[in-house]
Design a protein around this ligand. Structure first.
Ligand SMILES: [Zn+2]
Ligand SMILES: [Zn+2]
Length: 151
């Protein structure tokens, strides 16, 4: 299995912080913990996953704090949201730029493989439609190797 390399989490935290400071966002230890989880995670956590992890360290954290921090980061394009019709949205703060995902329909594991031809696909789309393309959503649904073995 080929997984992309993780982007340096400290670099991502610094980028998030500088964007948030421009918005007069007060950085509390709880909010910083949210940033660190998002910046360092390759597993595309849900808001609830993040909440559980922050709460283990800061028991007084509220779910609303996590939501607010994630939505602001999303607004600033510092986190990529993967929306699903059932509302179980997942987030990529390690790589906030649009990229294709492989999604397991059974265990919901999400992977970021390094694909070669995404830029070419985007150019072809633009050529054939006349659209100026800014970003894309490309999700591949299936069964991960673990779930295939269990079947
Ligand atoms: Zn699976
Ligand atoms: Zn991703």
């Amino acid at each position: 299995m080929q997984h992309r390399d993780s982007i340096d989490p400290q670099k991502r935290v610094d980028e998030m912080l500088s964007r948030l400071r421009g918005r007069d966002f007060r950085i509390t230890p709880q909010r910083l913990a949210v940033l660190k989880i998002l910046a360092g995670s390759m597993s595309h956590p849900s808001v609830d996953d993040i909440y559980q992890e922050v709460k283990a360290e800061f028991p007084t954290t509220s779910l609303a704090t996590v939501y607010k921090t994630v939505s602001l980061l999303k607004e600033l394009n510092e986190v990529l949201e993967l929306g699903f019709p059932d509302g179980s949205n997942r987030y990529d703060g390690n790589n906030p730029l649009p990229h294709p995902h492989a999604i397991c329909m059974k265990c919901k594991k999400i992977m970021d493989p390094e694909l070669m031809n995404i830029d070419a696909l985007s150019e072809e789309m633009s050529r054939k439609t006349g659209y100026k393309i800014f970003h894309h959503r490309l999700d591949f649904f299936g069964l991960c190797p673990d779930c295939q073995q269990k079947n």
